[in-house]
Design a protein around this ligand. Structure first.
Ligand code: FPP
Length: 232
């Protein structure tokens, strides 16, 4: 019998933070209360990831499909994102965190775009940890963005590497582990290209309840996964 594998701590963990609405509904609270509690879970997870030795955390904060939500919820989410971005930008140096934002700029409001640009440029020198916020992000759009960039280079034929190098964050390693909370088990247009060999951990916990213990359970599950990358 082959031995149980012991994978090293993943360098890059990506999370689909799902269940804010249900968390609020269970408490008869407005959906935005769920998002506010979700922002606290982001903080806990960031600390847990740094403590565990993870180097990159990608969080699905707003998808290209989320624009269909009620206007009031979208406004509330963006207010929360602006507050979070501002706080993280101020504290980034203290924790050695570099902020990245992945997604399409259109149709984000100019105020948010300015804030994103400032957050990214003023934290670019930090090397200890990378927080990549997927914002107005869609994986199919990301692949199309890469292909269009290649067309502009007049490529006649493209390789796997060409596409990888023209995604939003060509320098990040692919996520070894993708977590989705709230019991849903699908990718929902998240990192389709980068997830080619990712391990998945589906947690029943609603995102606002996600904590260090659950993050550790995900890492523990990953540690013993047999990763074959198509080999034997
Ligand atoms: C999914 O829950 C969550 C979102 C669409 C937004 C994620 C946003 C946050 C966690 C808030 C703050 C984040 C940052 C980075 C500041 P849902 O609303 O789809 O929940 P439901 O499926 O139960 O309705």
């Amino acid at each position: 019998m082959s031995q149980t594998p012991v994978n090293p701590v993943p360098q890059h963990v990506a999370i689909i933070m799902d269940g804010n609405g249900r968390w609020a509904q269970e408490r008869r609270l407005p959906r935005l209360a769920g998002h506010n509690a979700g922002a606290k879970a982001v903080e806990r997870t960031l600390k847990a990831a740094q403590k565990a030795g993870v180097k990159v955390l990608t969080l699905y904060a707003f998808s290209t499909e989320n624009w269909t939500r009620p206007q009031e919820e979208i406004a509330g989410l963006f207010k929360l994102l602006a507050q979070t971005l501002s706080r993280y930008t101020q504290q980034a140096d203290k924790y050695g965190v570099r902020l990245l934002v992945s997604g399409e700029r259109e149709p984000l409001p100019p105020a948010i775009l300015n804030q994103i640009d400032h957050a990214v440029s003023s934290t670019a020198h930090n090397t200890r940890f990378t927080l990549n916020l997927a914002l107005n992000y869609g994986a199919r759009q990301e692949i199309v963005h890469a292909v269009n960039a290649l067309l502009r280079e007049d490529k006649k034929e493209i390789t796997v590497q060409d596409i990888s190098q023209h995604l939003y964050q060509p320098d990040l390693p692919d996520p070894e582990l993708i977590i989705r909370t709230s019991g849903e088990e699908r990718l929902s247009n998240f990192l389709l290209w980068q997830a080619a060999y990712s391990e998945f951990y589906f947690s029943p916990v609603l995102w606002p309840d996600f904590d260090e213990a659950e993050f550790e359970r995900a890492l523990a599950a990953y540690r013993v996964r047999r990763r074959r990358f198509g080999g034997v």
